[in-house]
Design a protein around this ligand. Sequence first.
Ligand SMILES: [Zn+2]
Ligand SMILES: [Zn+2]
Length: 83
Amino acid sequence: MANFYCEYCGKKYSNVKSLTGAPCYRHPNGANKGKHKLYEGSEKTKYTCKYCGTLYPSLISMTGAPCYRHPNGANKGRHSPAL
Ligand SMILES: [Zn+2]
Ligand SMILES: [Zn+2]
């Protein structure tokens, strides 16, 4: 069975319906200010940040760390996975 991940926090769900129905504690608008967003890329052994290129072994560890090349300014946001 496929797994679905949130692009903002890396939380894993078994279906898209429950993913997009639950509040996200790492939503860009603020903690729980919006719902999880489906990560539309495939499951990988390593994920690349689309802003800075740093590699992470999981979406949870990537989205928990600030990105020094974030478009809003250095460390003004977290890494975001490339598809
Ligand atoms: Zn989330
Ligand atoms: Zn980054």
